[in-house]
Ligand binder design. Structure first.
Ligand SMILES: [Zn+2]
Length: 428
């Protein structure tokens, strides 16, 4: 095959570039490529374009053919790289007079009105920003962090639309809160349990936060809600009962088990440490106290996640202290409640667990039992609405990952879009 001459190369470039309505007028390289923002000198290809002879200019507002051109300015626009070379286009953009719209700019199908890059480059950046931290995407394409963020945000907005416009057909919801910026700001999140889609996000975690959602939902759609999963503690239950009185409240395992840790395990541990301190004096007691000290995480962590020396320490701790042993064993058993599929079986199990808990004579444990007893209906309700189990815990974990990827903390609108994109829902 004969080597293509210069015009052959331009024709080839034209073919792979495919800039509709334009053809390649010339190709140059930046003589002294400057180091890019990340330090590496990036060689650049500059492709000069001109309109093809048969090209009909169209209005960017209405699409009508236009003939009158006011002026033409050359725009420098980034496109996909050619091999390793960052590629720039010099695109003549015409200001035209539309018979219907008046003065406007010519439509270019592969370039948005005021964009500094082609639609296909923006699409590539948006695609990668779905799965990588913005910083990495910015480095890969040698563009600024802000540029990537802007592109990603716009693409997500287009794809996801407004939350208000996607509230039809909801029947089972899960409501929760999560903290941003180390607990200074809170966000209320509402999930569609059936499709696992995030349907609402709003700043705050008080009554107003959830009331705003139900107001947007409106009375007709509120009446279609059959069950809502949320934390037994906090303001959400009140708002659910106010707006959706027909809906079953389902208290989820994740919050109840965490609350057992705080209200029972923690309290008993502190009580025991104090009790031993009061009886202080001989060496044996001091030893016993030392065994308890600094064991909070050991007691609250899930046993399978402990390393071998930690497991030894936990065994020693539980052997040395009867009260801690009791609450620890009851905590593990408590989780079994969510294994039951039939409500009568769950209730029978509860009666047995309650008897053991009361027999312990530990005040925090008895308080916990009394509280749960009053809300038992919502605790065994998971048998009727099993989809809810674990959804909030999974959601919490995913949001932690998103936060770690540092998706614009300071920008709620963007962060909310990232969360919604992470829970797009399974099409029902
Ligand atoms: Zn027009």
């Amino acid at each position: 095959m004969p080597a293509p001459d210069a015009s052959g190369l331009i024709g080839l470039l034209q073919q792979v570039g495919g800039w509709e309505g334009f053809e390649v007028a010339g190709v140059t390289t930046d003589a002294t490529p400057a180091p890019d923002v990340h330090g590496a000198p990036a060689p650049r290809l500059v492709i000069e374009l001109r309109p093809t002879a048969d090209h009909v200019k169209r209005c960017s507002q209405c699409g009508a053919a236009v003939t009158r051109v006011h002026e033409t300015t050359t725009r420098r626009v980034r496109d996909l790289a050619v091999m390793e070379w960052d590629t720039w286009l010099l695109v003549p953009r015409a200001r035209v007079e539309c018979p219907r719209c008046g003065p406007t700019v010519e439509a270019v199908p592969w370039l948005d009105k005021y964009a500094r890059m082609t639609t296909r480059l923006a699409a590539k950046i948006a695609g990668l920003a779905q799965v990588l931290p913005l910083k990495h995407v910015a480095q890969w394409f040698r563009v600024g962090w802000d540029t990537v963020k802007q592109i990603d945000q716009r693409a997500l907005q287009r794809r996801l639309g407004r939350m208000e416009d996607h509230l039809d057909g909801l029947t089972q919801l899960a409501v929760d809160e999560f903290a941003i910026e180390k607990g200074h700001r809170y966000v209320t999140i509402v999930l569609d349990v059936v499709t696992k889609r995030v349907v609402w996000l709003v700043r705050g975690r008080g009554h107003d936060a959830l009331a705003g959602f139900f107001t947007a939902l409106g009375p007709t759609r509120c009446a279609q809600i059959t069950a809502v999963t949320c934390d037994l503690w906090g303001p959400y239950t009140v708002q659910v009962q106010r707006f959706c009185p027909q809906a079953a409240l389902v208290y989820d395992a994740f919050h109840l088990i965490a609350r057992y840790g705080q209200e029972v395990v923690d309290r008993v541990r502190v009580d025991e440490t104090n009790r031993i301190a009061r009886a202080a004096g001989d060496g044996i007691v001091r030893d016993a106290r030392r065994v308890i000290k600094g064991t909070r995480w050991l007691l609250l962590k899930n046993a399978p996640n402990l390393r071998a020396p930690e497991r030894v320490r936990l065994r020693e701790l539980l052997a040395a202290n009867r009260a801690l042993f009791t609450v620890y064993v009851l905590k593990d058993d408590f989780k079994q409640l969510w294994q039951y599929k039939a409500e009568h079986a769950a209730r029978r199990w509860w009666t047995q667990w309650r008897r053991r808990a009361r027999a312990s004579r530990l005040a925090p444990l008895r308080r916990f039992v009394a509280l749960l007893e009053r809300h038992l209906h919502g605790i065994v309700a998971h048998c009727r609405y099993p989809l809810s189990t674990g959804i909030l815990e999974g959601c919490n974990n995913k949001i932690k990952v998103l936060k770690r990827m540092a998706y614009g903390y300071r920008d709620d609108a963007y962060f909310f879009l990232k969360i919604r994109a992470a829970f797009p829902g399974i099409p029902g």
